[in-house]
Design a protein around this ligand. Structure first.
Ligand code: SAM
Length: 387
């Protein structure tokens, strides 16, 4: 039997901790097989990759609840009442998290801070974001409040830095968020200690992770996923790659050293700015990023980039639109890689590509142990000459 987190069953953070991990892997492999059979796809189904089953996540976003003098901080319950579960540990994230949560709650109580109420829109404490790098052992803490009270930044920093942690805190932010939205808005962010980012290392490459950066949650997993794409792409200095939905550029940067050029497309300008810095930090000069909607890029700009040999698709959970699929087909790349954390929407999209492409393999990566989520990589090869 798995070791169980003391909050299991109450906290909604993970659902399957009470299922033996080897059984979880079998269930996920079976899910992939069922989806492949249902869609009548013919391809090699590779063995699922598994990683550390605990302490794999590199980011958590906790909420505050309770009242003045009895501050709670944790995640919402899995039940319908959506109660906040006051966490003492989180086995998905980090060994240090209990200490960090305890000191932040104690600080809130000692200062008599109020807690934000989303209905009255009054109160001070909203969220606690903690990120850590797994290969370089750095921690970032960000406290999110309204601007109703003063945090006493220097005392907050002192309280955090006094902790004896496995992964030292190198960055602390105070984010002021007065918006009505439940989501954290990072407009007013103040660095109150240390450096503005933590830096993860993947296979000798370094990636900056800011307080509001998107970065895949399981670094061990993404390292293996990107290595697999690099090996299977077998690029050479004449090959051009288009990395669609490129985020902070990590896949493209992994591939660039073996390619003639990589083009990365990402919707959000700040994420593209982080991608450019990542390329510079890794001395990768043969990569160009576009801050653009993928569909718009494919329709308006991709014509200028006709000779694309390899396309990497890594869209959000909802997958691709029919228009994007048609635009990808018009570029006629020899090889397409599609990586997704939603195998179901991925299968729908593959149906739109299989006419002109043969499916080569699907390879599942268990990025999210104890949850229903699964990352899968598919490789496709063009089955006819360029038209
Ligand atoms: C699943 S993430 C993949 C990120 C990246 N490939 C990686 O491995 O870290 C999807 C990315 O697509 C971006 N995105 C979402 N919709 C988009 C669109 N319409 N056009 C371009 N990028 C988009 C998101 O901002 C996010 O960074």
């Amino acid at each position: 039997m798995n070791q169980l987190c003391r909050h299991f069953g109450d906290c909604g953070g993970c659902r399957f901790q009470d299922v033996e991990y080897c059984q979880q892997l079998i269930n996920k492999e079976n899910l992939v097989k069922e989806l492949i059979e249902k869609n009548n796809f013919a391809l090699e189904i590779r063995k699922i990759h598994s990683y550390q089953k605990f302490f794999y996540r590199n980011k958590m976003e906790f909420s505050f609840s309770g009242a003045q003098g009895s501050v709670l901080c944790g995640l919402y319950s899995g039940s319908k009442d959506r109660r906040l579960v006051n966490l003492e540990e989180c086995l998905l994230f980090s060994k240090d998290i209990g200490k960090i949560l305890n000191v932040v709650r104690a600080f809130g109580n000692q200062k008599g801070f109020s807690v934000f109420n989303k209905y009255s829109h009054r109160g001070f404490l909203r969220n606690l974001i903690v990120r850590e790098t797994k290969f370089t052992a750095q921690t970032m803490v960000a406290i999110v409040t309204t601007s109703e009270q003063d945090l006493n930044s220097s005392e907050f920093v002192e309280a955090i830095l006094n902790l004896d942690l496995e992964k030292p805190v190198v960055s602390i932010f105070w984010i002021k968020n007065d918006s009505w939205s439940d989501a954290v808005v990072f407009e007013k962010k103040e660095l109150i200690f240390g450096q503005p980012f933590i830096q993860e290392e993947l296979d000798g490459l370094f990636f900056n992770i800011g307080v509001d950066s998107f970065f895949q949650v399981n670094p061990q997993g993404i390292k293996e996923l990107y290595q697999t794409i690099r090996k299977e792409a077998a690029l050479d200095k004449e090959k051009r790659v288009l990395d669609l939905f490129c985020g902070v550029g990590s896949i493209g940067i992994f591939l660039a050293k073996e390619a003639e050029h990589v083009f990365g497309v990402e919707l959000h300008q700040p994420i593209v700015e982080a991608a450019i810095i990542n390329a510079e930090n890794n001395k990768v000069g043969n990569i160009t990023f576009f801050a653009e909607d993928t569909r718009r890029f494919l329709n308006l700009k991709a014509q200028g980039y006709k000779n694309i040999d390899c396309i990497v698709l890594n869209p959000p959970r909802s997958g691709l639109s029919k228009k994007i699929i048609r635009a990808v087909l018009r570029l006629e790349p020899a090889v397409i890689f599609y990586s997704s954390c939603n195998p179901k929407s991925m299968m729908d999209d593959l149906s739109g590509l299989v006419g002109e492409y043969d499916l080569d393999f699907i390879e599942p990566f268990d990025f999210f142990p104890h949850t229903p989520h699964l990352e899968c990589l598919v490789k496709m090869k063009r089955n006819r000459p360029k038209g």
